[in-house]
Design a protein around this ligand. Structure first.
Ligand SMILES: [Fe+2]
Ligand SMILES: [Fe+2]
Length: 155
């Protein structure tokens, strides 16, 4: 079974939250309970994507390291979207096409951020902050299928 956690009716369902620590552009993004779906394939990818974004904002990261992490993020995000869309289809999520469109829009924004970072060295922090904000907005959007998932699980 591609998503075995769907069978786990005893999953705690604890919610996670993604929080941004105060402190300007260098604040870390934290993956907390509000965003946990209880589906390891999704939760693990969300946590990994947040980790990568934090790497892009590491104080000691040089331009090459930031560029490498942005590309890593882009690839990990694309993979995650494919998995998440398969998952949403498997649970009969009714707003799949809308969700796919959101994924594609964010993918375009990620590409634009990567290009902006390459083109304007002074735009680094703003570009990365914009990417972080857009991704966190999508994490909130992902929560829309949490209630559908709870129904599938019989809660
Ligand atoms: Fe999504
Ligand atoms: Fe997601």
């Amino acid at each position: 079974m591609l998503f075995p956690a769907l069978r786990n009716q005893n999953e705690s369902g604890a919610r996670r939250t993604v929080q941004q620590n105060p402190g300007g552009s260098s604040r870390r993004l934290d993956f907390s309970e509000h965003f946990r779906f209880g589906v390891p394939e999704l939760d693990g990818a969300h946590a990994e994507l947040i980790d990568i974004l934090n790497e892009t904002r590491a104080p000691d990261a040089d331009r090459q390291a930031i560029s490498d992490q942005l590309h890593r993020f882009s690839e990990a995000y694309a993979t995650h979207c494919r998995v998440e869309e398969i998952f949403l289809r498997s649970v009969g999520y009714g707003r799949l096409s809308e969700h796919v469109a959101k994924h594609r829009a964010l993918a375009r924004q990620i590409d634009e951020c990567c290009r902006a970072f390459q083109a304007d060295p002074t735009a680094d922090r703003q570009v990365i902050d914009a990417l972080c904000e857009a991704f966190m907005e999508h994490m909130l959007y992902d929560l829309q299928f949490k209630s559908h998932l709870d129904e599938v699980r019989g809660r």
